[in-house]
Design a protein around this ligand. Sequence first.
Ligand code: HEC
Ligand code: HEC
Ligand code: HEC
Ligand code: HEC
Ligand code: HEC
Length: 395
Amino acid sequence: MKVLIFIALLIASVYSAEVVAVGDKFKDSSKCQACHNHLVEDWQHSWHARSYEKNDEYFRASVEYVSKKSHKSLNAVKVECATCHNPRIAVTSTSKAYEIDAVLGLDKNSKVNKAVNDVSISEGINCVVCHNIDQIHNNFDASKRGMDRVSWLKSGVMSGPFSDATSPYHKTQQRDFMDKDPNQLCFVCHANDHTVKGDTFTNMQAEYKNDDQKCVTCHMGEKKELYAATLRIDHGKPKKRAIRDHGFSGAHTASMWKNALHVSAKKDGNDLLITLKNDLPHNLPSGFGSREILVDVAYTSANKVVSQDSTSLTRHYQNKYKRATIAHTAETSSSDESVPAKGEKTLRVKLDKNANGAVISVSYRLVNDEVRDLLQLKEPIWSQKMAISKVSVAF
Ligand code: HEC
Ligand code: HEC
Ligand code: HEC
Ligand code: HEC
Ligand code: HEC
C-alpha cells in the first residue's frame, strides 16, 4: 500500500502541466469559422475571449500591480496567471535564472518572452482550451487548477458532447465533462484562486449548493435545436443538433443582473431590515475578490427624498503593512460579505425618523472604489452600477 501511495505521489509530482503544442490549423478561433461560425461569433462576445492582458484593463492592471508589489518580473507573473487565464501558453513556470536575465534586460529572445507574447494566447480562453482537454484530474490536490488540473489530447483532436460526430477537419472524442457533468470543466478554473498567503478568495466549487444545476444552463443558455457545424453532412444539409450558446454571459453583462437577488424590506423599531435572498447555487457576488453589491436606500416623505444611505457588500484586502491591496497580494482581509448560495443575508440600517417610506435599490459593480482607485482603472464598465432590484416600503 505504502509503495502504491509513494508511486501515486511520484506521478502527481512529476506530472506538472505538460505543454502540448497546438498545431497551426487549430490555434485560433478563425480556424473554426468555416464550419462553426455561429459558435465563434457567440464566443467572441464573451469575457473568456478577453482573458488576456491586452483585452482586459482590469486583468492587465492587476498583473502589473502584482509584479510591482511582489518584486517578480512582469513575465513571471504573466506565466503564473496564465495557469487559468491562458492555459495553452508554451511555458508553465519561470526559474530564478530567468528572473536575473529579466532584471538585466537579457530575456528578449528567451522562451518565456516568446511564450507570453505569442499571438496564439492572445485569444485568452479559446476553443482549444476547452475542446482539447483529454482528462480533468479531480484526484489532484484542490490547489492545482487550470492547466495544472488537466491533460491535453493530441493537437487536432476535439473533445465534445457527441459520441457520433465526425469531421473532415479534426478528430473528435466524446467526454462526460462536455455532456453529463460539465460543472467539472468550469471548476477547472472557477475555484481556488488564492492570495500570496495561500488563502482562497474565490471557490465556486466549495460553495456550490446543488450539483444537479449546471453552470452551462444559465451561462450558456438552454439547449436549442440548431446544428453544431454548418458543413452539409446530413443528406446535403447541416446535421440537426441540440446545442448551446457560447456567449458565457456573466458579471459584465448588465441584463444578467436583473433580479439576480430577491429584495425585501421591513421596519423593525428604529431600524430598517433589508433581506437579500439568493436562489442561485453559488454566492453573489462570487468569483474575483473585489466585486461589490451596493444597497442604496432613499428615505422619502410625501414622495420627496429626505435623506440617503448606502451600504457596500464587498471584501477589503490588506498587505503586511495593513494598507489596502488587491486579493492576489493580500496577507489579511475583511470578512466575506457575499450573499450565500441558496441563502440570504439581512442588513440592519438606521431609519430616518423624518421619513415615512423608503426606496431600496440594489446593484452590482465589478470593482469596488478602493481597488478601482488603486489600479486607476479608466474604462466606464468598472464603475457602472448594474441594477439588480428596486423595492419600495411605506412605514
Ligand atoms: C469555457 C469552455 C468552452 C470554450 C472556450 C468553448 N466551448 Fe464549445 N462547448 C463547451 C461546452 C461545455 C459544450 C457542451 C455544451 C452542451 O451541449 O451542453 C460545448 C459544445 C461545443 C460544440 C458542440 C455543439 C454544442 O453546442 O453542444 C461545438 C461544435 C463547440 N463547442 C465548438 C466550440 C468552438 C468553435 C469554440 C471557440 C469559438 C468553443 N466551442 C469554445 C465549452 C467551451
Ligand atoms: C471543415 C469544417 C470544420 C472545421 C474547420 C472545424 N470543424 Fe469542428 N466539426 C465539424 C463537423 C462536421 C463536426 C461534426 C458535427 C456533427 O456531427 O453534428 C464537428 C464537430 C466539432 C465538435 C464536437 C465534437 C463532439 O464529439 O462532440 C467540436 C468540439 C469541434 N468540432 C470543435 C472545432 C474547433 C475548436 C475547430 C477549430 C479549431 C473546428 N471544430 C473546426 C467540422 C469542422
Ligand atoms: C481555463 C479556465 C476556465 C475554464 C475551463 C472556464 N472558465 Fe469561465 N472564466 C475564466 C476566466 C479566467 C474568466 C475571467 C475572464 C476575464 O474577465 O478576463 C472567466 C469568466 C467567466 C464568466 C464571467 C463572464 C463575465 O461576463 O463576467 C462566466 C459566466 C464563466 N467564466 C463561466 C464559465 C463556465 C460556465 C465554464 C464551464 C463550462 C467556464 N467558465 C470554464 C476561466 C475559465
Ligand atoms: C441558476 C442559474 C445559475 C447557475 C446554475 C450558475 N450561475 Fe453563475 N450566475 C448566475 C447569475 C444570475 C449571476 C449574476 C449575474 C451574472 O453575473 O451573470 C451569476 C454570476 C456568475 C459569475 C460572476 C460572479 C461575480 O460576482 O463576479 C460567475 C463567474 C459565474 N456566475 C459562474 C458560474 C459557474 C462557474 C457556475 C457553475 C459552477 C454557475 N455560475 C452556475 C446564474 C447561475
Ligand atoms: C485558479 C485559476 C486562476 C488563476 C491562477 C488566476 N485567475 Fe484571475 N480569474 C479566474 C476566474 C475563474 C475569473 C473570473 C471570476 C469571476 O468573474 O467571478 C478571474 C478573474 C480575474 C479578474 C477579473 C477580470 C474582470 O474582467 O473582471 C482579474 C483582474 C484577475 N482574474 C486577475 C488575476 C491575476 C493578476 C492573476 C495572477 C496573479 C490571476 N487572476 C490568476 C481564475 C484565475
